[in-house]
Design a protein around this ligand. Structure first.
Ligand SMILES: Cc1ncc(COP(=O)(O)O)c(C=O)c1O
Length: 399
């Protein structure tokens, strides 16, 4: 079937929730994707920070094959060995004590919000349920998580929104603390705001806010859905900040391409979940957990996280050079590891998105004016130089 037919069928049968580029992918290896148009694409989006090990990773393919020959799903009413084994990996590599598994990032954040409220209900005899999130944040698309998202553009159409979220200004400790009163149960932050334009929060701000929360028994939760699993050059982004959060949420890359959501908490808080207080039919299935463990082991032992730091520094350095040469067009370059944003003037980001695609490079856009580079973590100099070369060509052509 040719691509025009796929486009026509998609338009006829699918809800119009995505603006899709006219290509489908028929194969992939490492950071390359084979397009239905016969072209090879260098992937600097990785399925939006999902394919951290790229495509056709041998360990993932083997794990999928092996897990498919055992029960794919069993209920959480029974013991699930691969689930406990995956939880053990997370606990041994983080400051958290207990895991809950769901199927997506939004679900992981829903679980975090519910746990924070349950802990507060268990321990305080008055209404203490509010969650502080930050302006510019993104936490998901369910009713609770779009409400948690601190961007006005997401707060349309779906009234009434959930009660109990307060939006504070990032990187301003005094202002953030001003919005915290006795009704606040938790603070939830992304340490690098992804959808908000790849904004790296200041270390000083986060450390002070974390300490304030600790002193006041306010849960400090970090949304690691995009920043986790090596993306920023550490396994979790909180490890850049000298803090030990009470809760973290992970998703996207964590399943090696399969859907998963993970909510990790310290014991003190995790104890508030008891049978019947939270659940998920598919969460923690043997199939997904087996593959997620294979992904975890390969990520930790394969040099990917170290490479994310080295290549991230290299790309940011080269982009800063272009910023110096094209100051009217490149307004800012920011990021951590391989989570990189380039703020461009006018509609140049959207123009580059299209230009890159037409020249065999897949990138993303955050907001309307920030180009997003989030490649698989094993990219090399050759791939990075190709992306930079195209970007330079684009900027030069705009003189
Ligand atoms: C920081 C962050 N939190 C939550 C989510 C929601 O994850 P999901 O789309 O898996 O529900 C996303 C997705 O982009 C995200 O980037």
């Amino acid at each position: 079937m040719n691509i025009e037919n796929v486009a026509a069928m998609s338009e006829r049968y699918l809800m119009n929730t995505y603006k899709r580029l006219p290509v489908s992918f028929t194969g992939g290896s490492g950071y390359e994707l084979a397009g239905s148009d016969g072209k090879t694409y260098i992937d600097f989006l990785a399925g939006i920070a999902v394919n951290n090990l790229g495509y056709s990773n041998k360990k993932i393919v083997e794990a999928i094959k092996a897990a498919s020959e055992k029960p794919i799903h069993v209920s959480n009413l029974y013991l699930i060995k691969p689930q406990a084994e995956l939880a053990k990996r997370y606990i041994e590599h983080s400051c958290l004590d207990k895991a809950f598994f769901g199927n997506s990032g939004a679900e992981a954040n829903e679980a975090a919000i519910k746990l924070a409220r349950k802990y507060s209900a268990d321990n305080y005899q008055y209404n203490r349920y509010r969650i502080i999130t930050l302006e510019g944040s993104f936490h998901g698309r369910t009713m609770a998580t779009i409400t948690a998202t601190g961007q006005k553009r997401f707060h349309n159409y779906f009234n009434p929104f959930l009660d109990g979220f307060i939006y504070a200004q990032p990187n301003d400790f005094e202002k953030t603390v001003e919005s915290i009163d006795k009704s606040v149960a938790a603070v939830m932050v992304e340490l690098v705001q992804g959808e908000g334009g790849i904004r790296v929060l200041s270390k000083d701000y986060i450390k002070r806010l974390y300490q304030y929360c600790n002193e006041n028994d306010i849960i400090f939760a970090v949304d690691e859905i995009q920043t986790g699993m090596g993306r920023t050059g550490k396994l979790f982004s909180y490890q850049h900040y000298d803090i030990e959060p009470d809760i973290i949420t992970v998703a996207k890359a964590a399943g090696g391409g399969l859907p998963i959501g993970v909510m990790l908490a310290k014991s003190k808080y995790a104890e508030s979940f008891t049978p019947g207080t939270h659940a998920s039919t598919f969460g923690g299935s043997p199939f997904v957990c087996s593959v997620a463990s294979a992904f975890f082991d390969e990520l930790i032992s394969g040099g990917y996280i170290e490479n994310a730091k080295i290549m991230g520094d290299y790309i940011i350095d080269r982009l800063n050079n272009l910023k110096g040469r094209f100051p009217g067009k490149v307004l800012d370059v920011r990021g951590l590891g391989l989570l990189i944003g380039i703020e461009l003037s006018g509609d140049l980001a959207l123009q580059f998105y299209r230009f890159a695609f037409e020249n065999g490079l897949l990138v993303g856009v955050a907001g309307n004016n920030v180009v997003r580079f989030e490649p698989p973590l094993m990219i090399d100099r050759k791939a990075a130089d190709f992306a930079i070369m195209l970007f330079e060509r684009f900027l030069s052509g705009k003189d």
